[in-house]
Design a binder for this molecule. Structure first.
Ligand code: 5GP
Ligand code: ZN
Length: 119
């Protein structure tokens, strides 16, 4: 098995490792899903790869299977939360687009009307 890619000062690496507490709702071989600490919808879960990649494009280039697993996990979370057909998936990429944690994370939002375009 390859060595996991982690960064010591990365918040989401620390959550994956269990060093920072989080409400984990789903876990797979390559992903962990936990509730966002500042929920923007009744369901607001972050799905992250266990390995550290800074953003979605880096993950897709470095680990396509984990990228697909992120989306499959997101769908499983939405279904488990009672929203199998109506949910939003978001990758904020870059500070100018609202990314604040530079470990790839897929937001799963559901449980209320979601306006378009987003703010
Ligand atoms: P971004 O703004 O990078 O797209 O999303 C980062 C998300 O991480 C935000 O929605 C923020 O509320 C969430 N977040 C920040 N710190 C923590 C934390 O310590 N625990 C959890 N569960 N979520 C966090
Ligand atoms: Zn990380």
């Amino acid at each position: 098995m390859s060595t996991p890619k982690t960064e010591a000062d990365c918040l989401f690496c620390r959550i994956v490792a269990g060093d920072v507490p989080a409400e984990v709702v789903h876990a797979t071989e390559r992903t962990v899903a936990f509730r966002d600490i500042n929920a923007q919808a009744p369901t607001h879960v972050l799905v992250v790869p266990r390995d550290h990649y800074a953003d979605a494009a880096e993950l897709a280039a470095g680990d396509p299977e984990a990228t697909a697993e992120l989306v499959r996990t997101a769908a499983a979370v939405a279904t488990a939360e009672g929203h199998p057909d109506d949910y939003r998936l978001v990758f904020n990429t870059g500070a100018g687009a609202g990314q604040t944690v530079f470990h790839t994370h897929l937001h799963v939002l559901a449980g209320r009307d979601l306006a378009w375009p987003p703010g």
